[in-house]
Unconditional design. Structure first.
Lengths: 173, 85
């Protein structure tokens, strides 16, 4: 915790608050939390794309309505990982830094596989069907890839988080 | 690559009545990391192992070993127990 700024200390305290503990106490709950987060992300991204690409006015309100539960779910995953991806490196210990590296490596592998599959499917659609890749479609695909690339480490970290062993914080046994 | 490193951290910590939280703060790690080490889920760096040993004023080999530790009672009283006379 050397050279920690006030911001670092505030974030560390925030990420280690236990109020949300029931949300991520078991592996099943963490899987559900990540699944909900993926669904909310997909819905919010679709609503945003509908707003900017297809000019669907009401989608803006749908996106704004999804924002709050998305933030809560994000906070839940961050609490489960004790801020593994949110805290600066200097606020993490050696085990957490090693875990963060593992999470990023796994997320990179998963994202690479998804991009490979996406590229193949998109290519097949373009060349074998009458689908035309106009600017809106290309933007939607790129935006989706960006969101997946951005959030995959969070999802992986949420799935890899482990239960807090009873009394981990203060037991003497 | 990673070899199992055995440790006696939980035993020593209980004997000295030090909580995981207090030990973690003393050596500058997250309290969960102490639990990971005690359960053998994480092998500490040499730096951290030395800090833990220094905290308990013990040689590092009293806390960590590549061989499983024999039970303390066996170490003190021998294989078949010891009679006091």
């Amino acid at each position: 915790m050397r050279t920690a700024t006030r911001y670092d200390r505030q974030m560390y305290a925030l990420m280690n608050r236990r109020e949300a503990a029931p949300l991520h106490a078991t592996a099943a709950r963490r899987r559900a939390l990540v699944a909900v987060h993926v669904a909310l992300t997909a819905a919010a991204a679709a609503a945003w794309l509908a707003t900017v690409v297809a000019d669907v006015f009401w989608a803006t309100f749908a996106m704004l309505g999804l924002l709050l539960p998305w933030v809560v779910a994000t906070g839940g995953i961050n609490a489960a990982t004790r801020g593994l991806l949110e805290l600066r490196g200097r606020m993490l210990d050696e085990r957490q830094l090693a875990e963060r590296d593992r999470v990023r490596a796994i997320a990179h592998r998963v994202t690479t596989t998804l991009l490979l599959l996406g590229t193949a499917v998109f290519g097949v659609l373009l060349w074998t069907t009458g689908v035309e890749a106009d600017g809106g479609l290309v933007f939607a695909v790129l935006f989706t890839a960006l969101v997946v690339h951005w959030l995959m480490p969070l999802w992986v970290a949420g799935l890899r988080a482990e239960d807090d062993v009873h009394g981990d914080a203060d037991d003497l046994a | 690559m990673s070899e199992q490193v055995h440790n006696r951290l939980a035993v020593v910590r209980a004997e000295r009545k030090v909580s995981r939280q207090a030990l973690a703060e003393a050596v500058g790690v997250h309290y969960q990391t102490i639990g990971y080490i005690e359960r053998g889920q994480y092998n500490p760096s040499l730096d951290l192992a030395l800090k833990l040993a220094a905290h308990f004023r013990l040689p590092v080999e009293a806390l960590f070993s590549l061989e499983p530790f024999p039970p303390l009672t066996q170490e003190i009283y021998g294989e078949h127990g010891r009679t006091t006379s």
